[in-house]
Ligand binder design. Structure first.
Ligand code: ADP
Length: 162
């Protein structure tokens, strides 16, 4: 049976840390679906279409990695896509506590699902979307924290792509 993993997140924006987790996980799964969460009550900095477009660009040469938008519970999306795994990255013990609760609740809601955690590589541990957003908002150069294949001009000078 095909091993399909869902990598859920808001990816506001998608960083080198996210990219690294997905690329490392291709050794474990046949297919990875990056699920860009959509929540009408949550305010995002980058518009949904931009976040999706940027991730698609990063993986345009990878046939086994796709990007989808989903509004609602991750487990419902897993059922819809026939995925048996949720992929998450772990940076710190704070991540662990947060992720543990989500994974255990997901397991209760959908016992067939397994959440698989990959530990961040040391160089990506301090990278998070909030800091990258702050750098961009204040006109700084965040290029080293963003996937190489992306065109930095789209992010520069506080331009949020709208
Ligand atoms: P959420 O909105 O669910 O917090 P994020 O977009 O911030 O989603 O992150 C999605 C996933 O990527 C989470 O599992 C998070 O722990 C992981 N992640 C975020 N930044 C990094 C990083 N620098 N290295 C490894 N994993 C990361």
């Amino acid at each position: 049976m095909e091993k399909i993993a869902i990598f859920p997140g808001s990816f506001d924006p998608f960083t080198v840390g996210h990219e690294s987790i997905v690329r490392r996980a291709t050794l474990l799964f046949d297919r990875i679906i990056i699920m860009v969460g959509f929540n009408s009550s949550k305010k995002f900095f980058f518009p949904l279409e931009k976040r999706v477009k940027w991730i698609r660009e990063v993986f345009e040469d990878d046939d086994n990695i796709s990007v989808e938008v989903h509004q609602g519970l991750t487990v419902d999306f897993c059922k819809k896509m026939g995925a048996g795994y949720i992929l998450r990255g772990l940076r710190t013990s704070a991540d662990f506590e947060f992720e543990r609760a989500i994974a255990q609740v997901n397991k209760q809601m959908y016992p067939e699902i397994e959440t698989i955690f990959l530990l961040t590589t040391p160089e990506h541990t301090p990278v998070n979307s909030t800091i990258v957003r702050d750098i961009i908002m204040h006109g700084g150069d965040a290029s080293r924290f963003l996937p190489r294949s992306l065109n930095m001009n789209e992010f520069r000078n506080g331009d949020n792509g709208e």
